[in-house]
Write a protein that binds this ligand. Structure first.
Ligand SMILES: [Zn+2]
Length: 435
């Protein structure tokens, strides 16, 4: 049975209810600042908008440019905002981290992508669901909490960070490297990504990207026997992946509650393949030249499970290539690591997990689902660089709408998430002052 609400918690939920119009306006204002990434537009504008909003609430504001981060330039500076509100007495710090960047608009919209049009219970726009709606909900939750529990313990932080959509290197990674997420400073992190109001996302699978190149020898295409085709060698690599690696990966299942179900096994995608002559320029009308390809490359995207170790994941692929090198005449290859992220998963007994689960039960009258994301998000940096495990993703919005045309966020969902976040604050920071 969920705990019944105290008088103050009842007042807190009433304070959220009274802020519905404010939540809608705030979400609309955020959507109307087109923070497109790439290239990274209006980052400063959105940080300044949020700073102006939070200043009267007593937040101390740090506007931080990730100078020298990938993508940072004077034309497109990578601005981040960290806002911290100290409580009245010592205690933990609860941090809400949202990325402020949005992905490109793409085709197929029937609404103005930056118009933030309201239609019934929905607000439409690029970034509405991923994740300006979540950012707005966390601000409303914090403001209602500060108004109802002015004597709260510890501190609340709200951050709006850059570049999550392109890896977070000009955002959370940069900040974590400089200690902003160090466990001495921040004890609980909620990332309001659109996982939906009744689900807690504990973490994500791991990632390894690599480029594999096979080598050949150029020759005239009419006498291919005088050369050695890198494309045929790559064909052998692909056959090995198809016949051996895929069946092997499908047998590896995880205890992580990854959604969707298909991502509970190890997966591998071949992102691209390039071999032989470069593609002709658009508009070029000539014929290609007859040559044997002396080089062929693929990029692989391997997603791995918490039960797997990265060296073992890599050895599966290099083992396959080494076998070909032994058995296939003329075969040689090179492999280059491009990107790697360790899997991460918060413990179900971690304080932020238990508190959020209890708050969901109290607001929605149902037990939450615990999920793990098939892809990564900024939790990777908070965990690996910041060394903070007490971190989850929890926020309003339906994940499948992210990056889609006519993206929207539900007002009821945002309100319910704000209620949950506010109760989390009450639980972690709102204990009796004279206890
Ligand atoms: Zn997102």
């Amino acid at each position: 049975m969920p705990k019944s609400l105290t008088d103050r918690e009842t007042a807190l939920l009433a304070a959220i209810a009274a802020r519905e119009d404010d939540l809608v306006r705030l979400t609309q204002d955020l959507i109307r600042i087109p923070t497109l990434n790439p290239p990274g537009l209006n980052y400063r504008e959105i940080c300044e908008y949020l700073a102006a909003r939070l200043m009267p609430e007593g937040f101390e504001l740090s506007l931080i440019r990730a100078e020298g981060a990938p993508g940072d330039s004077d034309t497109h500076p990578r601005w981040n905002l960290i806002a911290r509100r100290e409580g009245a007495r010592p205690g933990d710090c609860v941090h809400f981290n949202s990325h402020h960047d949005v992905v490109e608009v793409g085709h197929g919209w029937t609404r103005d992508p930056f118009g933030a049009e309201r239609d019934g219970d929905r607000i439409y726009g690029r970034g509405s669901c991923d994740m300006k709606g979540g950012l707005a909900a966390s601000i409303i939750a914090a403001e209602a909490f500060i108004a109802t529990f002015p004597d709260f313990a510890g501190a609340i932080e709200i951050s709006a960070t850059a570049d999550e959509e392109s890896g977070g290197y000009g955002g959370v990674a940069w900040l974590a490297e400089r200690g902003w997420f160090a466990p001495e400073r921040v004890q609980h992190v909620i990332i309001p990504e659109p996982l939906h109001k009744d689900r807690i996302c504990l973490g994500h699978r791991g990632v390894w990207w690599a480029e594999i190149e096979t080598h050949g020898r150029i020759a005239h295409g009419s006498m291919p026997f005088l050369g050695d085709s890198a494309i045929r060698h790559m064909g052998a690599v692909l056959a090995e992946i198809e016949d051996r690696l895929y069946p092997h990966l499908a047998t590896k299942r995880t205890a992580m509650p990854v959604v969707p179900e298909g991502a509970r096994a190890s997966t591998l995608n071949i992102n691209s393949i390039h071999g032989g002559e470069p593609e002709p320029e658009p508009g070029y009308t000539g014929l290609p030249a007859p040559c044997v390809a002396d080089r062929c490359r693929i990029i692989i995207d391997r997603r791995f499970l918490i039960e797997e170790a990265l060296p073992e994941v890599k050895a599966e692929v290099t083992g396959l290539l080494d076998r070909l090198a032994e058995t296939r005449p003329g075969f040689s290859y090179a492999i280059r690591d491009l990107f790697e992220v360790q899997p991460t998963m918060a413990d179900r007994e971690a304080p932020v997990v238990r508190t959020t689960a209890a708050a969901i039960e109290r607001v929605l009258d149902r037990m939450p689902d615990f999920v793990v994301s098939p892809g990564t998000y900024d939790q990777k940096h908070i965990d690996r660089i910041g060394r903070l495990k007490n971190c989850i993703a929890y926020g309003p919005g339906l994940l499948h709408l992210a990056h889609q045309p006519d993206e929207w966020v539900g007002i009821t969902d945002m309100m319910d998430s704000a209620r949950v976040m506010a109760l989390v604050l009450a639980d972690l920071l709102g204990g009796p002052a004279d206890a």
